[in-house]
Design a protein around this ligand. Sequence first.
Ligand code: UDX
Length: 419
Amino acid sequence: MAELGFEVLGVDVDQSKIDSLSSGRVPFYEPGLEDVLTRNLAAGRLRFTTDYAQAAAFADVYFICVGTPQQATSNAADLRYVDAAVETLAPLLTRPSVVIGKSTVPVGTAARITAQFHALSPAGEAVEVGWSPEFLRESHGVEDTLNPNRIVVGTDSPRVEQVMREISASQIARGIPFLVTDLQTAELVKVAANAFLATKISFINAMAEVCEAVGADVIQLAEALSHDDRIGGKFLGPGLGFGGGCLPKDIRAFMARADELGVEPALSFLREVDAINQRRRARTIDIARGLIGGSFAGRTVGVLGAAFKPNSDDIRDSPALDVAATIGSLGARVTVYDPEALENAKRAYPQLNFAHTMVEAVRDAEVVLLLTEWAEFRSADPDELGKVVAEKRIVDGRNALDPDHWRAHGWTYRALGRP
Ligand code: UDX
C-alpha cells in the first residue's frame, strides 16, 4: 500500500516484529520485501505500532491481514486472531470507516464480523466491511501484491466498492481485473482457488503413483498433458507434494465448513487430495529406506531442504521437515541443510542435526534426499557431493535433478513417479 503511494500504519501485537519492521528489517525471508520496506520507511509513508488507538486515530481504511491457522484439535480454521483484531479495533472506531478483510476465513465469517463492528463500534453502521482475499504466493509476495492477477472485492456497500476502486486505481488502469461480488462469494473465491491448486498437484501425484506401479514416467506424462492448454503445465509438478501455511490448512478448513453447511459430500474429494499428498511423504521415506537395505536404524542420512518451498524460510507444514523428522524417529542420524530456513527448522525440530552447507549435510551420508528444490540443489555437482558421501545414493523428492547426469556420475538416482 505504501509502495502504491498511500500513508500506511502497520499494527501488530508482537513488539519484536514492530521493532524489526520499524528499523527496516523484515522478520522473515521474502525476496524483494526489504527494499520495499526501507524505501517506504525512508519516504515517511510507512510506520509501525502496537497501539490500536493510534491506528484508529490515523486511518480511514483498515485491512485485517492476520493469520487463520488450522485449529489444534480439528480441521477447522482457528479464528482467534481475526476475532481479537475485530474486538480490539471495533470499540475504537468513532468515525465512518471502511474495514477490508484480507485473511482467509470460512464462508460466512465476513457477515458475522460486519454485525460485530456495527454492534461494538461507536460509529455503528457507519463502519462498513468488505472482503478482499489475498492470493499472493510466498517467495513472490512483492510482485503478486503489486501486480495481482485479479482483485476480488466482496461487499454490498457502494462506499466500500468506491474506496477499493480508489485504492486499486493504478492496478485497474494497468488492466488488472477488478471483480465485485457479495461477501460470501469473495470468501469462497480464496478457498476455491487453493482447493483447485491443491487438487491439481494431487492429481499429478496420483498419476505418479500409477506410474510407479507400471514403470512409466510421470515427468513425461505431465509434459504431454501440459501442451493441452485446457490443462496447462502450472501446478502440475509431481514430487513430494504441497505444504506451507495455506494449501493444507485451507482445504481442511473448507471441508470442515462444508460439513457445517450440510454440503460435506461436495468436498469429500478434498479428503483424497489431502491423502494423496500425505502418501507422497510416506513413499519418499520408503524409497530411501529401500535404497539402504530396509532399515534406518543407525544409518546416516543427508537432507537437502527444510522450507516448504524454495525461496522461503517458512517451515509450516513443510513436507521436507516432516520426512526428515520421520526418518530421524526411525533411528537414522539425519543432517539437514537449507539456504534460509535453518534457524526456523532448528527451533521446531531440535532432535535433527543441521549443517551450514550442502556438502556438510551430505558428508558420510548413506543416502541423500533432495526435498526442497532450491536453485543451489538443482545445480549441485554430483562429483563434489560424491566425494564426501559414504554411498552415492540420492532420492530426488522434487524431480529437480537430471537423472541421466547423476547416474552418469555413478549415483543411484531415484525419484517419485519415474522409473
Ligand atoms: C499458495 C497459493 O499459491 C497462493 O495463491 C495463496 O495465496 C497462498 O497459498 P504458497 O503457499 O505461497 O501459495 O505456495 P505455492 O507456491 O502455492 O506452493 C504450495 C506448495 O505446493 C509448495 O509446498 C510447493 O512445493 C507445492 N507444489 C507447487 C508442488 O508440489 N507442485 C507444483 O506443481 C506446485
